[in-house]
Write a protein that binds this ligand. Structure first.
Ligand SMILES: N[C@@H](CCC(=O)N[C@@H](CS)C(=O)NCC(=O)O)C(=O)O
Length: 216
């Protein structure tokens, strides 16, 4: 199977996670951010992740991909229940400040989707229309973090194990880890201890590196 992704895309990280957790080999293909033709030719819109299945069909939508792979390749691993409080905190973390902290940093990072100037320009132009001037976003970091750190403090209280936020692997892990991974691009963001242990362990289990070494 082949998976088309951007490295910074949290929905793509969701899809990558299930392959890592189940130790299934995947041919990972990073598209350039301004490549509209490839995804449109596969699923009719410019959106990743896209799974190219062994039967030749293309499957979009991260959670559909996760459920498909979990249920069709060996024993399912996402056997735990969602917990209302954790699910709500994940939704809260996926906020405007999160996007304003991450986007301006990713476009300055050597990620495969931003390997060309036109890919970087495409992303910057599009995102700045909704998120505002990237330089301003960077300068606003202390203010933006005020919308993130209290949520991380609450997540800290809810994490049951570094191997699964609710104690048993579930879709909550599939939704939480990608957001925390993206926040690791923010230099100086101090993650609480249990959140840090969870990020490190999930990175190991899924074979998806954090961005800590490239934080800006
Ligand atoms: N509901 C979709 C959302 C996927 C999504 O929004 N992907 C973003 C990248 S993070 C995308 O491809 N946006 C179009 C673009 O970048 O132009 C899913 O869960 O897979």
């Amino acid at each position: 199977m082949r998976l088309y992704v951007y490295d910074h895309c949290p929905y793509c990280t969701r899809a990558r996670m299930i392959f890592g957790l189940k130790q299934i080999d995947i041919d990972l293909q990073f598209l350039l951010n301004d490549d509209e033709k490839t995804p449109i030719s596969m699923v009719g819109k410019k959106m990743v992740p896209i799974l190219h299945k062994d039967d030749g069909q293309f499957m979009p939508e991260s959670l559909d991909i996760v459920k498909y792979v979990d249920n069709h390749n060996g024993q399912p691993v996402l056997t735990g229940a969602l917990l209302t409080k954790m699910t709500a905190l994940i939704h809260q973390l996926d906020n405007d400040a999160f996007r304003k902290l991450c986007s301006p940093r990713f476009v300055r990072t050597a990620l495969p989707e931003f390997a060309t100037a036109s890919a970087r320009d495409y992303f910057s132009d599009k995102k700045q229309q909704t998120q505002g001037d990237f330089q301003q976003c960077i300068e606003d970091t202390p203010v933006l973090l005020k919308h993130i750190t209290p949520i991380l403090a609450q997540i800290e209280k809810e994490i049951k194990s570094p191997k699964a936020c609710n104690g048993e692997l579930s879709i909550d892990d599939i939704c939480l880890f990608p957001l925390l991974r993206n926040l690791s691009i923010v230099k100086g963001l101090s993650f609480p201890p249990k959140v840090t242990a969870y990020m490190q362990e999930m990175s190991k289990l899924t074979h998806i590196p954090l961005f800590l070494d490239r934080a800006i």
